[in-house]
Design a protein around this ligand. Structure first.
Ligand code: SR1
Ligand code: MG
Length: 415
């Protein structure tokens, strides 16, 4: 058996028996000083659903102890030909530890992380549902808008130059420079849906529409090129970097955010825009079964999350700002406006890339009826274009909501 002093991929979906033995041994080695495991009853099982990149295993015993081991592999699960640095596991673990400080109780606890095996031990949140699964079942969560707006204000504003000591922030920026993961975002999100790519996943009945509306619109290309360079050069705050509903655990009275390996210093609006777009994916899935109460809830979440974000941002800004020049009259309003512009812009790019790019979302591709799928895709495309091309018009939750209603009407006319 290994002493885990040299990296190997210990979680192998094709060999669950060896995985179980190795992962139990590893878990004991790493956590026996923190968890009083009942060794005789320990189990380590690979769960049925996974993300796009990593390998996970759930470790339990009959005394009720439990955690997840998450390990990075060099090749990505979504495409074995794609690679990304193993160091993303350290990055994710360290960001979760920082976020636990800024937004207590809102991320899974990290028991340990290990820069040899590129693995970490993470709180088991299996009493929650992954939010994308919940959205596919059209479940609703009364506290979600309040929770997610708190998470975004706390993690984004507290890691920005207006609050954090400049030297500390620059140190953190150095720690979270991640060219491999950024490269994925810069290509998959901020280029390929517009310039085209062989790996784009296009729904054939919608191809001509996509070619005209996305590939053929030069004004849109210019607006997205500005968003891309803003993402690459504006180290505004420490982002989650992939804040979609597959990175959020929900239950009735609690929300936890995980899977932040794309975390880096970039514009705050990238996270907020991702959230808005992913609630629109839930909405278009609701449209496909004419589930009006669910669609209305998704729109309410968009409106309330944005309004609460704005309200809490202004309050926290006044309480926490330390940078003297950020206290100059008018700066807060200018800064918030720029965040709202970015939010609209990156909501648009997320809407487009999940509709036509390499990494689609189940909310859309699980729609089997052709007309309903086309409706869903065209709502995403029209709402995304409106957000990207009219960023300065989005100043309230209602503005963000109404774009979805307009896009729905516009998409219906095309069918
Ligand atoms: C190649 S990875 C594809 C996507 O999965 C992740 O969740 C990120 O969203 C990334 O863009
Ligand atoms: Mg992920």
């Amino acid at each position: 058996m290994s002493d885990f002093s040299k990296y190997f991929l210990m979680i192998n979906e094709d060999d669950p028996e060896t995985t179980e033995k190795v992962v139990i041994e590893y878990t004991l080695l790493k956590t026996k000083d923190q968890i009083d495991w009942d060794e005789a009853t320990m189990e380590a099982k690979i769960p049925g659903s996974h993300g796009n990149l990593n390998h996970v295993c759930r470790v339990t015993d009959k005394k009720g102890h439990t955690l997840y081991i998450k390990q990075a592999g060099s090749n990505l699960r979504i495409d074995a030909d794609m690679t990304a640095t193993l160091d993303r596991n350290r990055q994710e673990s360290e960001i979760l530890q920082l976020e636990e400080k800024w937004a207590p109780g809102m991320v899974p606890h990290i028991y340990f992380f290990d820069t040899i095996m590129y693995a970490c031990g993470m709180e088991d949140c299996s009493d929650y549902l992954v939010m994308r699964e919940a959205m596919l079942q059209h479940k609703t969560y009364p506290k979600f808008a309040d929770d997610i707006s708190t998470f975004m204000v706390n993690t984004l504003l507290l890691s920005s130059d207006v609050v954090m000591d400049h030297r500390e922030k620059k140190e953190l920026t150095r720690k979270f420079i991640t060219p491999d993961l950024d490269d994925i975002t810069e290509k998959l999100v901020l280029m390929e849906p517009y310039l085209g790519a062989d790996r784009n996943n296009i729904y054939e009945p919608n191809r001509a529409f996509i070619e005209k509306e996305l590939y053929g619109d030069e004004k849109l290309h210019l607006a997205v090129s500005k968003l891309k360079f803003n993402f690459m050069t504006n180290a505004q705050a420490l982002l989650h970097g992939d804040l979609h509903t597959g990175s959020i655990f929900v239950k009735e009275d609690s929300t936890k955010i995980f899977d932040c390996e794309f975390g880096t210093f970039a514009p705050m609006g990238y996270d907020i825009g991702n959230l808005v777009a992913n609630m629109i994916f839930a909405y278009v899935n609701g449209l496909s079964t004419d589930d009006k109460p669910f669609c209305d809830w998704c729109l309410d979440v968009i409106e309330q999350s944005m309004d609460l974000f704005i309200e809490k941002f202004k309050k926290k800004y006044d309480e926490a700002v330390t940078e003297p020049m950020a206290k100059v009259k008018g700066f807060k309003e200018w800064y918030l406006d720029s965040i709202l512009n970015d939010t609209a812009g990156y909501a648009g790019t997320e809407l487009h890339r999940r509709t036509v790019g390499m990494a689609n979302v189940a909310d859309v591709i699980s729609i089997t009826d052709e007309k309903k799928r086309l409706l869903a895709e065209r709502v995403n495309i029209f709402a995304g274009k409106d957000y990207i091309l009219n960023q300065e018009k989005y100043r309230t939750g209602k503005d963000f909501r109404e774009a979805v209603v307009r896009a729905t009407e516009e998409a219906m006319k095309t069918l």
